[in-house]
Design a protein around this ligand. Structure first.
Ligand code: SF4
Length: 341
């Protein structure tokens, strides 16, 4: 098992969801980032990663690490001094690829600093950056062999607070590598499909690959990487875990796709209320239905429902009509009803 701040990874701990900030760090932006992290945590995010690329990142990173409600991770490439700076700036975990850090003693310096500060390390390998020594091997085999070699280095320095990720933009390679690693090692794995595409494409690829691995008991922390908004990554990750019954709590939204019969614009309403609903600390089901055809039926099964009926929207609680309101008032009526519970 690894531990990043107060988050346990592996060893039977709940599977965690992480994402990565998509903009550079800056002193003036740091308070806003802390507030954004709180919003992401309310959506179910357990850990967030930042690129740490220069000494200028130390001050904002330190501010964020000390104010964040969830553990923060520094993503390091090439320069071991940035890793040591990030560790000293309060990183709960760092992500490195020893293969691009350079001489082995540089990785040892990082590992010794992590030991001193109780920082976790993710050995993050990508299929595109493997060492010369494994050239000629199949990619999954090469990634596993390289990860085991680095883990051997870490253990020889007395370090075991390690997570491993073996990522490829090829779904089959990623799955093969994760399975092969799991057969040979009990170290926790972070799983994800790298460069997975826009939100829809990524959600499909990632759900298939990560869902399959998770259902085989492989994977301790996940990221649904997207060419899209950070919060969508979190929503997708949490929903995947909930679909697999690996995470129970939270708001479950049911919404109809809308068709020619609709009298209530479920697409616009769902977009408007989704983040707010998913941020509630409640264990409820909310149905958003466009018309009478399935509306009352779904309303009967949900804790709350809004259903289009002629020019009005009907609000239900556990199958009983609470109110008939205009579409413009539906959001307020829904959240007031939930708050009144
Ligand atoms: S609930 Fe009504 S609007 Fe929604 S898809 Fe079904 S028939 Fe269409």
């Amino acid at each position: 098992m690894a531990r990043a701040g107060n988050l346990r990874i592996g060893g039977g701990a709940p599977v965690s969801v992480q994402t990565m900030l998509d903009s550079p760090l800056s002193p003036e932006g740091a308070p806003g980032v802390v507030s954004m992290i709180s919003d992401l945590a309310a959506l179910g995010c357990d850990m967030i990663r930042f690129s740490f690329v220069s000494p200028d990142d130390a001050a904002p990173f330190s501010y964020i690490a000390s104010h964040s409600v969830i553990p923060v991770v520094a993503d390091i490439h090439f320069d071991y001094r940035m890793a040591i700076l990030a560790i000293g700036s309060g990183a709960h975990k760092i992500r490195i690829n020893p293969g691009n850090i350079g001489a082995r003693w540089k990785t040892e310096e990082i590992v010794r600093a992590s030991l001193d500060h109780g920082t976790a390390i993710r050995i993050g390998l990508n299929s595109g950056s493997l060492p010369q020594s494994v050239r000629g091997m199949k990619v999954p085999e090469a990634m596993v062999s390289t990860a085991l070699e680095y883990l051997g280095w870490f253990e020889s320095w007395g370090f075991r607070n390690t997570v491993v990720s073996l990522k490829s933009s090829d779904v089959a390679e990623t799955m093969e590598a994760a399975r092969a690693f799991r057969r040979l090692s009990d170290y926790p794995q972070h799983i994800g499909i790298t460069e997975a595409g826009d939100p829809v494409i990524s959600a499909v690829r990632s759900s298939w690959a990560l869902g399959t691995l998770l259902s085989e008991g492989i994977g301790d922390t996940v990221r649904i990487s997207m060419t899209g908004p950070v919060e969508e990554e979190v929503i997708a990750g949490v929903e995947l875990l909930r679909t697999l019954s690996l995470r129970k709590k939270g708001v479950r939204i049911i919404s109809c796709p809308r068709c020619g019969r609709h009298t209530f614009d479920t697409i616009a309403f769902e977009r408007k209320v989704r983040k707010r609903l998913l941020s509630l600390d409640k264990d409820i089901t909310v149905a958003i239905m466009g018309c009478l055809v399935n509306g009352p039926g779904e309303a009967g099964n949900a804790d709350y429902a809004v259903t289009g009926m002629k020019e009005k929207v009907y609000l239900y609680r556990k199958g009983r009509v609470l109110a008939a309101v205009s579409p413009e008032d539906a959001e307020d009526a829904l959240f007031e009803a939930i708050a009144d519970e």
